[in-house]
Design a protein around this ligand. Sequence first.
Ligand code: TA6
Length: 297
Amino acid sequence: MRLAANQLPSTVSLSTREGVELIEIENRFAKATITTFGACVLSYIPQDQQDLLWVSDQAIYDGTKPVRGGIPVCWPWFGKATTEGYPAHGFVRSQVWQLESAEQLESGTTQICLKIEQAELSKNYFKPDFDLRLIVEVGQTLRLTLSTDLQGLDVTDITEALHTYFNVANPQTLTISGLDGSTHLDKLNEARLPEQQHGAVELKPARDSVYQNQPNDMIIHDTDNQRNIHIKTSNANSAVIWNPGPEIVKGFADISNQGWKEFACVESGNVLADAVKVTPQQNHSFSVEYWIENCSN
Ligand code: TA6
């Protein structure tokens, strides 16, 4: 089912940008933009604040590839596919999702649910029939829940992440806390053995690091913006921290050579050895919640 414009609360409207559909939300707490192409949240601007999220000024909106930035959904695998020719980070970030529901809650928060289900195209990549939902709650905080339901008989391993691009003042001065005790895997130096994380993480940049056994909340200390970005997770055991830095960025056609200076990816989910075994008819969900704390006083 897909909601028509006249079934939407007054805080929700639809528009298009080039080849993709946009859902615009505006309530007393914040404005947000989400595209149904990949169910990607592109913008979340709380009252009197700058955007929490970063989108590349070279992002492509024609529906041929994921929009570079915002919060892409990586599912049912994270990272490079193990099968030759399959797309990195799964297939649902490059497909159109349906707007299943949109509600204005009494609290003032606006909640929408986007859904994608098994189709001929995705059967090539992933066998079980599935219903995947992304519930987005736009209020004083931004909360996302990725909810997986599988049909059939087989217990199936999935990996998953919300690959959030945060808009930051300076990746060279920020730090990320909350990862103490997790297992750090440095993807820029595959020869390095996994090691226990101690203390705050710097982006350097470049960084491409996976932290496993990491169920804790995190804080991005966006020092030059005088703000902290809080990240609270539920049922997510992995974090991924990425910034391409000045050299690797040159390999990305949809990020300018200076673009790495504007964002930090701090991703939450269940990746690599934190893979989840999903049992048919038993829902599996994980959530992230983000909010900004001003530190200017
Ligand atoms: O999450 C980090 C990462 O997997 C990096 O290795 C990096 O290449 C990035 O995501 C972007 O991937 P994409 O497939 O969106 O170009």
